[in-house]
Write a protein that binds this ligand. Structure first.
Ligand SMILES: *Cc1c(COP(=O)(O)O)cnc(C)c1O
Length: 349
């Protein structure tokens, strides 16, 4: 029995404990957790009205480090500790690194992250550094970083915690379980941003395991849309840095998920992403990162395709990328002298 004075409900249980019967972890295995998962499924009234369907947002930014990566990382780092690893490593556009840094800090093991130099959102870099990870800023893009790190872990006993690691997908599939548990009806369509394509693969695995089959609509940024184009993109470019990936590691798995679910992989422009990003924040009260808004941008652009129960996955929290928010918003700053008449004019005018 736990001696914890806090009474635990299902929502407060670490992800691995909540879904242990569906995950490759036995009772008594090392458990590295920050109490991830069990994230909210929020109704989106305005979006629902706009697209004529019941739209809900899966708020993955509510995870401990602010993105869905924590679901996979609790599994990947717990497994690494079980295997006796003393260090973990990953290539990352930011969130995998932030999550790996936090979970390895918790586990007391070393963490190295390889990031494309100058391409990491500020909040993510702050997270990685404060958790004490070693940051290797690579003179090259994410795809190159992943290729190098795979080669490195073939030579050294360091656990690779990118989504090529099966434990990552196992953990991430639990978001699909939660959605089905939280909805009265089965979801009919799921809109999700696609970068390295691990998450969409994991959702499909999760849905299939419990016998549900919503249509999966994967959204890529137009400047980084290899799956839409059918070939790798050498210089991926988009404001949505978390999906700035030109050669997804889970290419075949992701395409199989789209085909089997009768969904589609589609592209949205940066402008469409930023419009959805501002709309979510200004009209639904939900501040997500630009990559996350790609799911909603896709829903707005292509419609719900006849589905009446729609879920958009908001993969990460907006405050991770303050720079983009400060550059693209409909708010305003008014400079004001400390004087009542001027203040009145500034507030009411
Ligand atoms: C990692 C990430 C994605 C993309 O997920 P993949 O598994 O690489 O397809 C999307 N949004 C955010 C915020 C992410 O951190």
């Amino acid at each position: 029995m736990s001696t914890d004075p806090v009474r635990l409900t299902a929502r407060h249980v670490p992800l691995i404990e909540r879904y242990r019967d569906r995950l490759p972890f036995a009772e008594g295995d090392p458990l590295i957790t920050l109490q991830e998962g069990s994230t909210p499924l929020l109704r989106a009234p305005l979006l629902s009205e706009m697209v004529g369907a019941e739209v809900r947002l899966k708020l993955e930014g509510a995870n401990p480090t602010g993105s869905f990566k924590d679901r996979g990382m609790t599994c990947a780092v717990s497994a690494a500790v079980r295997e006796g690893a003393e260090a973990v490593i990953c290539a990352s556009t930011g969130n995998t690194a932030a999550s790996a840094a936090a979970y390895s800090a918790r586990a007391g093991i070393r963490c190295a992250v390889i990031v494309p130099e100058g391409k990491i959102a500020e909040g993510k870099m702050a997270q990685i550094l404060i958790h004490g990870a070693r940051v290797i800023a690579l003179d090259g893009n994410f795809d190159r970083a992943l290729a190098l790190v795979r080669e490195l872990t073939d030579k050294h006993p360091i656990a690779l915690v990118n989504s090529v690691n099966e434990y990552r997908l196992e953990g991430q599939k639990t978001a699909a379980f939660e959605i089905v548990e939280d909805l009265d009806q089965e979801p009919e369509a799921l809109f999700i941003p696609v970068g390295n394509a691990g998450n969409v693969t994991a959702y499909w695995r999760g849905f299939r395991e419990i016998g549900v089959a919503p249509r999966l609509f994967g959204m890529q940024a137009a400047g980084a849309a290899p799956l839409v184009l059918g070939h790798p993109v050498e210089h991926p470019e988009t404001v949505a840095s978390a999906i700035r990936i030109g050669n997804p590691a889970r290419w075949e798995d992701a395409m199989a998920a789209m085909t089997e679910s009768r969904g589609a992989i589609r592209a949205v422009s940066d402008e469409e992403i930023l419009t959805a990003y501002r709309l979510l924040a200004a009209k639904e009260g939900m501040f997500c990162e630009p990559a996350s808004a790609a799911s909603v941008a896709g829903l707005l652009k292509y419609g719900a395709d006849g589905a009446s129960q729609v879920v958009c996955v908001l993969t990460g929290r907006g405050i991770k990328d303050p720079h983009t928010a400060i550059e693209h918003n409909d708010g305003m700053i008014i400079r004001c002298r400390a004087q009542m008449d001027v203040l009145e004019e500034a507030v009411l005018g």
